[in-house]
Design a protein around this ligand. Structure first.
Ligand code: MN
Length: 138
């Protein structure tokens, strides 16, 4: 899809945004998407990311980038297409990107369900696209 390479440029001072899509595909999962460099970097989280706490981490599997405009998407992915099923916005809002290295992303979410500091760290022991989503120390 040509759309996928479309990036947006924001004016300075405009907040970055995140969205979590609840995706009722063959297997229910949540797609965490962070606006980074004008696109939505995406991870599929097999269990409810709102349950992440100091004691609970979640596996997050890196998936393909999505265009910025996809942050507003809700609807039905048709039968016979990849990820067929209903997609709804589970949470969204502004966020701050605190630190980003190839193996670690620290960010501060300002959503309704997901709030505060989170960390994604590469967890390659479990596969090349695997990360762990955890709560950061505030
Ligand atoms: Mn998905």
């Amino acid at each position: 899809m040509e759309e996928k390479s479309k990036k947006i440029l924001k004016k300075s001072g405009e907040p970055l945004v995140f969205v979590v899509h609840e995706h009722h595909a063959r297997r229910l999962h949540w797609d965490l998407r962070l606006e980074i460099d004008g696109i939505l970097k995406s991870w599929a989280v097999p269990k409810d990311p709102a349950e992440v706490s100091a004691a609970v981490k979640r596996l997050a599997i890196e998936t393909e980038d999505h265009p910025y405009a996809y942050k507003d998407f809700e609807g039905e992915l048709p039968e016979g297409t990849y990820g067929a099923g209903k997609v709804i916005i589970y949470d969204s809002g502004p966020y701050e990107l605190l630190k980003r290295t190839p193996n670690k992303i620290e960010f501060f979410l300002k959503g309704k369900k997901l709030k505060g500091k989170y960390v994604l760290v590469k967890f390659e022991k479990a596969g090349p696209k695997n990360w762990l989503l955890m709560k950061g120390k505030e």
